[in-house]
Design a protein around this ligand. Structure first.
Ligand code: CO
Length: 259
C-alpha cells in the first residue's frame, strides 16, 4: 500500500455508547477535518467497558496495530482526554510499545496539560457560563475525577475559575468534594439558580444520569434538595469550539514532531 502523503490522525477518547455523545464526536471530527485536511483519520476508545458494548471499536493499542498492518508510516495519536490521567497514560504506553512499527509516532496532549492550557480552559468555561452570569445565575461544572495524581488539574482549574468569578464552581463526580460541597460554595455567593454544565468530552451517561438525571443522588437533585434550581446544559466540551480548539491546538503542536 502506498504511503499516505499526510500523517494519520488517530483520535483517542475515553468513549461513550450513549446516543447523545454522537453529536460531540461528530462535531469534533468535522472540526479536525476542516483544520487538518488530507490527513487520514481513525478513532480509538480507551474504555474497555465502552469497547465491549460497541463491537468493532478499538483501543489505541489495537488501532495502532491495525494502522501498522495497513502500512501507515507516520501517525499522531491525539488524546481527547481532559487531564493527563490513567487514560492518557494508557495512550502514551500504546504509542511507546508500538514505536518500532512506524517511521514516526507521537501523542498530542490532553485538554489540561500546561499552565497555558489551564488559563485557556478557565477562560473558555467562563465564556460558556456567560449567559448564566449575565442572568444572575451561578455556573456549576461537573468533571469526572480520578484517583490518579492527574486529578490535581481539576483542583487547579476550580481555583482558577474562582479567581475569575466566585460564581464559577467546578467539582468532580469521583475523587472530589461532591455536590454537597458545591452547595456550600453556592451558599457563599448566594446562588439560588445555576447553570449545570458537564466538564466532559461528551454529554453521555455521566451528564445525562449523574449530573442531570432524576435519581435522588444526581447533582441536579442534590442541588434541588438544597433549594437551588439547576438548569442542565447537555453539551459536551467537544461541542463548544473554544474548548475543542485547545485539543486541536495540541494536535497542531504534535504534528511537526513527526518530522
Ligand atoms: Co466514569
Amino acid at each position: 500500500m502506498p504511503d499516505a502523503p499526510q500523517p494519520t490522525i488517530l483520535l483517542a477518547a475515553y468513549g461513550s455508547r450513549h446516543p447523545r455523545a454522537r453529536p460531540a464526536f461528530d462535531a469534533l471530527e468535522a472540526r479536525i477535518r476542516a483544520r487538518f485536511p488530507g490527513h487520514p483519520m481513525a478513532w480509538s476508545f480507551t474504555s474497555r467497558n465502552v469497547r465491549r458494548r460497541l463491537p468493532g471499536t478499538l483501543s489505541p493499542h489495537q488501532a495502532l496495530l491495525q494502522l501498522a498492518d495497513q502500512g501507515t508510516r507516520r501517525v499522531v495519536v491525539q488524546s481527547l482526554h481532559i487531564i493527563p490521567g490513567g487514560e492518557y497514560d494508557e495512550t502514551l504506553a500504546a504509542a511507546s510499545a508500538l514505536r518500532d512499527r512506524f517511521e514516526a509516532v507521537t501523542v498530542g496532549a490532553p485538554l489540561l496539560a500546561s499552565d497555558v492550557d489551564l488559563r485557556r480552559v478557565a477562560l473558555a468555561l467562563a465564556e460558556l457560563a456567560k449567559p448564566d452570569l449575565d442572568a444572575g445565575r451561578a455556573a456549576v461544572f461537573m468533571g469526572h475525577g480520578t484517583e490518579h495524581p492527574g486529578n490535581i488539574w481539576y483542583a487547579r482549574l476550580a481555583k482558577e475559575l474562582e479567581r475569575i468569578d466566585p460564581r464559577l464552581v467546578l467539582d468532580t463526580l469521583e475523587a472530589g468534594n461532591g455536590p454537597t460541597a458545591v452547595v456550600r460554595r453556592l451558599a457563599t455567593v448566594g446562588a439560588t439558580c445555576v447553570g449545570l454544565h458537564p466538564f466532559l468530552l461528551t454529554a453521555g451517561m455521566h451528564a445525562q444520569h449523574d449530573m442531570a438525571g432524576d435519581d435522588p443522588d444526581s447533582w441536579r437533585s442534590v442541588l434541588a434538595t438544597h433549594g437551588i434550581e439547576a438548569r442542565p446544559d447537555l453539551r459536551g466540551a467537544a461541542e463548544f469550539p473554544p474548548l475543542a480548539d485547545i485539543w486541536l491546538d495540541h494536535l497542531a503542536e504534535a504534528l511537526p514532531l513527526l518530522d
